[in-house]
Design a binder for this molecule. Structure first.
Ligand code: GP9
Ligand code: MN
Length: 625
């Protein structure tokens, strides 16, 4: 041990280099499952740049402290990135790490993502700190006795390392798949590539104009789907014209729950009833399309039909805009627009996003009695109790309303108080994460039923269109492996297609609904709802990046963030790119089995990359409020 410490004292530069590189090896193993020796050179170049700069800027007296701090900081970054990767399946960018201030309130979920092995990243630091304390007590302070060498050599090393980093970054700069890019460049150079790409995109916006973007979108759609031959109005245009609209976003709600029975009991009796007896439209192949903003991005998707950029929560990046969103359009038509969520409105910057979307009023934490349901506060029941009173008031005053309810009772980790549980899960699921998930989502379904009953009993059901969908997956592979889910629930399940599949239901009074296998995503909800309300979005000058699902039989939709950019779903497959299209992988959307020959979908890949680029351009050009 003493010998090791002696090496550190004599050459903190090289000792730190070796220690940090060992951590880079661990980071690759933890997250990518392989060390990738050739790509370690990219890590080495970036680490050398940082260490050379530290070496040149510090005097001998401070070297041990400075190199110790650099080591500490890099260890912290690698630790945070590993936790993030365990939770989201991607390497975070600097913007994602800066958004980590949100984690406090979902602390239980974050704790669950920390694997004990990640703490190894700090092992050397503990030893070094203990040693530093001893050497201080013994007054043997002799820091930086040796160093990396003379400034000239360090300068040359810096230039070589910097040059190598530039070459690495330039070579892999244009890979759209973030995961492949991060693996190739290493966590540090990946940040540089992200920053350069972000700057490039912002520069390009300076010459763009919304009309050109709209024209380019129109052309892209025509090339991809052809000109519509259908004459006259689209099907069901205005079928819910003038009706109230209630949009319910179900937290962590996967489509596998709908229709599921456990021990002879339905998990979602309310949703099942809406589909079977109330005659709703129900789509079985709808996929989440959220980015970094998770729940809040789902709200964004549904109200705007614009792709999340994936590089930041949309509420954070675009909360200062006047977005031509559904609440804003309906407010122009005389609707009162409210949104209800029991958590603090500042979470996910909703205090900025709601006015950006044009909501007239939001109801957050102070409006609800905290029945201490979970870490986010009150139960769904309480949210609907308060919300219903508000809506009934509007109804009495004869004002049409658009109301959004963001549920929270089925938020991860799904631990709900005993007294709220409505379902008795089979013994084999008791005290398992999957069991907790079933209990929480069953409660979510139950609480929604109370809202529906209230609407029916008070003569509001026939005046109201109800839209219900899931914000994103709930099941984490680490907590419930796909095989376990299959065995326990008796279903065909996989970790991507089935996990990203959320339900979508729309109930329109007086209209006989239907179940549909048409593939779609959250971005399609705005176009579908607008059609039912008789809103012609094109006529209003909006660019919409989703499709009206009631008038579509072909669809291609993109997913980023939870899958690398360039990934898409179409009527047949889920596609995930590699470095590009050719080295990608495709899976059958029904069987989840790999599809070997996917060459005929090349056009869909090009289309989705272009579509998302146009969407990013469009959102960046939106006017500030
Ligand atoms: C908090 C809630 C968090 O307000 O929206 O949900 P999440 O984004 O963690 O799913
Ligand atoms: Mn959520």
């Amino acid at each position: 041990m003493n010998a090791v410490i002696d090496v550190y004292r004599r050459s903190p530069f090289w000792a730190t280099f070796v220690l940090v590189m060992l951590k880079m090896v661990l980071f690759r193993q933890f997250n990518f499952g392989t060390i990738q020796i050739d790509r370690l050179l990219a890590d080495a170049a970036a680490v050398l740049v940082i260490l050379c700069i530290a070496e040149l800027l510090t005097t001998a007296r401070w070297k041990s402290v400075v190199f110790g701090s650099v080591n500490g900081l890099l260890s912290l970054i690698l630790f945070a990135c590993s936790v993030y990767f365990a939770f989201f399946g991607s390497v975070p960018t600097y913007t994602a790490l800066s958004g980590l201030d949100q984690v406090g309130q979902v602390g239980d979920s974050v704790k669950a993502a920390i694997s004990p092995k990640f703490y190894v990243l700090f092992a050397d630091l503990v030893v070094l700190v203990v040693f530093a304390l001893f050497s201080l007590r013994g007054k043997t302070r002799r820091s930086g006795a040796g160093s990396a060498g003379k400034p000239l050599y360090v300068g040359i090393a810096l230039i070589i390392a910097l040059g190598a980093s530039v070459v690495y970054v330039r070579t892999d700069m244009d890979i759209s798949n973030e995961l492949v890019q991060a693996e190739r460049l290493g966590v540090l150079n990946y940040q540089v590539a992200t920053a350069i790409n972000e700057r490039r995109a912002n520069e390009a916006i300076k010459d763009a104009d919304p009309e050109k973007t709209a024209a380019a979108l129109e052309q892209l759609e025509q090339e991809q789907f052809g000109t519509k031959t259908q004459a006259g109005m689209p099907k069901l245009f205005g079928a819910a014209k003038g009706k109230n609209v209630i949009v319910v976003q179900l937290e962590s709600f996967q489509d596998i729950l709908v229709g599921l029975e456990l021990g002879g009991k339905e998990v979602t009796p309310v949703l099942n009833d809406l589909i079977e007896n109330d005659g709703s439209y129900y789509w079985t192949n709808i996929f989440q399309q959220i980015g970094q903003g998770n729940t809040s991005d789902a709200e964004w998707n549904v109200n705007t039909g614009i792709y999340p950029t994936g590089t930041e929560a949309m509420s954070k990046g675009y909360g200062d805009r006047a977005v031509p969103a559904l609440p804003r359009l309906l407010a122009e038509d005389g609707y009162v627009t409210n949104t209800f969520h029991v958590n603090d409105v500042t979470f996910w910057d909703r205090n900025r996003m709601y006015p950006a979307l044009g909501f007239t009023k939001y109801y957050d934490k102070p409006f609800f009695e905290n029945d201490k349901f979970n870490a986010l506060g009150a139960s769904d029941e309480e949210m609907y109790r308060v919300g219903f009173d508000v809506l009934q008031q509007h109804h009495k005053e004869g004002k049409p309303f658009y109301a959004q309810f963001i549920t929270t009772s089925s938020h991860h980790p799904f631990w709900i108080p005993e007294k709220f549980k409505k379902i008795d899960v089979p013994q084999s699921l008791k005290k398992t994460q999957l069991g907790y998930y079933i209990e929480a989502t069953n409660y979510t379904d139950y609480a929604l039923g109370l809202l529906i009953d209230n609407l029916k009993q008070n003569g509001m059901w026939e005046d109201t269109m109800l839209v219900v969908y899931g914000d994103h997956f709930g099941i984490q592979e680490k907590e419930a492996a796909p095989e376990f889910v299959e065995e326990q629930l008796g279903i065909n399940y996989d970790n991507r297609i089935a996990r990203f599949n959320v339900p979508l239901l729309i109930h329109v009074p007086g209209v006989e609904g239907a179940s549909s296998k048409q593939v779609g995503g959250q971005l399609d909800i705005m176009a579908t709802v607008s059609n039912l309300l008789g809103l012609d979005l094109k006529e209003k000058g909006l660019s919409i990046f989703g499709k009206d699902l009631l008038n579509t039989d072909k669809n291609v939709l993109g997913m980023r963030y939870y899958l690398p950019t360039g990934s898409f779903f179409n009527n047949d497959i889920m596609f995930i790119p590699g470095k590009g299209f050719e080295d990608g992988t495709a899976y059958d959307i029904e069987t989840y089995e790999p599809v070997a020959d996917f060459s005929k979908y090349r056009g869909d890949y090009d289309y989705i990359l272009n579509l998302m680029k146009l969407s990013d351009e469009y959102v960046k050009l939106l006017p500030k409020r």
